[in-house]
Ligand binder design. Sequence first.
Ligand SMILES: [Zn+2]
Length: 263
Amino acid sequence: MSQQPKKGTWTKCPQCGAHVNQLEWGQYEQCPHCGYYLRLSAVKRIEIVCDANSFEPTVKIPTSKNGLNIPGYSEKLVASQQKSGLNEAILAGQAEINQIPVMIGVMDSHFMMGTLNTIVGKVIREMYLIAARKQLPLVLFIASGGARMQEGIFSLLQMNTVLAAKRKFDQTEQVAISVLTDPTMGGVSASFAFKNDIVVAEKNAQIGFAGQRVIKATSTQPLPKEFQKAEDLLSHGLVDGVLDRQDMKTYLGTILKLHQRSK
Ligand SMILES: [Zn+2]
């Protein structure tokens, strides 16, 4: 029986421009014409990576405040909460991947481009500390435009305080894995994104510090086609692997199993 697609369920592929029906994007949200991956929500990412119904959001995500009284920020926070269904740009807790218990955090680019602010920093710190206390491995999916401008220096401060919490985790013998997804930019790429034991990237993800427009304007040089792409980082030895979204769970499961500690 052919399925008649409803109106409004077509999305234009940002890479090849084809109009793709919601059903055709599928569980992995991949363009059937060119293979492009749409940016996943934290909830969907957890669904495709963790064992069914194993995720428990054990890390509390408080609501952010407009501490610096930046005009429009409070409204932006509310709009992002409504758009993403999340309290902040991250979801974190305990789950199982191939029956192995793990601490997992997933940043969500649908919430103010996954920017790092006071709460996101606090959540990632807690992830490291809880994982250290419970002797759990840790998986962190990154999707971030960098530090959140509306929280100024308090956002930048998170780059350091997260790394301080990570040092506590480093005293355990557990493995920590970063998965860099589209985009991984700015202060996040300059801080904890690259600090875990294993750093892999999702195919075609943009990963870098400054954006391409800024680099182009300052260097006045044409940029290579693959500039800041996951595959380019791999060829320069900056990541340990580039993965298809479909292979992510199997890969993580294998790495976690290889690093399992006998109790
Ligand atoms: Zn496409």
